[in-house]
Design a protein around this ligand. Sequence first.
Ligand code: IDP
Length: 158
Amino acid sequence: MIDLLEMESEHMERTFLMVKPDGVQRGLIGRIISRFEDKGFTLVACKVVQVTENQAKIHYAEHDGKDFFLNLVNFITSGPVVAMVWEGDDIIALSRVVNGKTNVNEAQPGSIRGDFAAHTPKNLIHGSDSPESSKREIANFFEDHELVKYDKTISSWI
Ligand code: IDP
């Protein structure tokens, strides 16, 4: 019989999550962080930062060339953000469900965007979409030593 409490995770991932300037300005930092804590994920790094233009261009490199690229850069540098690294099983895909769809008209109630966002570009939260972008985005905002490794005793129940 499989001992569920002792099961080693083969799906542990890290992801980069960012409360965007609209989330900070609207006073939603705490409620957004709560969504990921409630899901059982572990916060391993967190800081309030003013994104530089260079960081913004690296962060949104996949959108370089699109007509909304400059708006994206302007928006993400328009005020402070909360940059975070979170850890958890399959967190890259699962945190995007917590975030909700990019287009706020399609974001489900219960998701961050579904509950709090009213206009698509201002959709409050960013989450990495793949292990590769997660690595690149974390490295764009954090040094290795800023990521803290720790276990929570509750982990085996999640
Ligand atoms: P995601 O944030 O859900 O991962 P991406 O496709 O990576 O979505 O887009 C990054 C951000 O760019 C979105 O969160 C949104 O703010 C903005 N964005 C995406 N598509 C459009 C668009 O067609 N017009 C304007 N802004 C867009």
